[in-house]
Design a protein around this ligand. Sequence first.
Ligand code: HEC
Length: 137
Amino acid sequence: MKTQTNLATLALFCLALSCNPKDSQVEIPPEKPKKEFYVVPGPDEPFDTTMVQKGKVLIAYSDCYQCHREENKAKGPSFSDIARRYPIQEAYIAMLAQKVIRGGFGVWGYPVMSAHPKLSAEDAEAMVLYILSLDAE
Ligand code: HEC
C-alpha cells in the first residue's frame, strides 16, 4: 500500500514536471525565409546571338560543366542562377569573364572557382554571354 502511494506521488511529480509552464512558454522561432541571392538590378542590353552560340560551344569544350549545371547547383552556382543574378550588360560580362579567367570566390558562398588563364577575354566573354542569355526572353 505504501509503495503504491509513493508510486502515485512519483507519477504526479513527473506529470507536473512534464507540463511545467516554463516549457510551454519556450518560443519556437518562426521559420526563416529561404535565403535567396542578391539580384543585380538593371535592364538587359541587346546582344549578339552569334556570340551566344560561340559561347555555348566553348563551354561544351571547356571544364565548366565539372562544377556547373544549367539548372541545379553543383560545386558552383547553376548557370540559370547566374543568369538571374546579372543583367546582360557589357560591364558585367567583362567583369565575369575576368573572373572566369582568374578564378575566384566569395560571391555565392561556394568554394573557389579555378582559374582559366588560357582563355582569351573574348572567348570568356562569349561564354559569360551564353550563360547570362539563359534567362533572356
Ligand atoms: C573548379 C570548379 C569550377 C569550374 C571548373 C568552373 N567554375 Fe565557374 N564557378 C565555380 C564556383 C565555386 C563559383 C562561385 C564563385 C563565387 O562564389 O564567387 C563559380 C562562379 C562562376 C560565375 C559567376 C561569378 C560571379 O562572380 O558571380 C561564372 C560566370 C562562372 N562561374 C563561369 C564559369 C565558366 C564559363 C567556366 C568554364 C570556363 C567555369 N565557370 C568553370 C566553380 C567552377
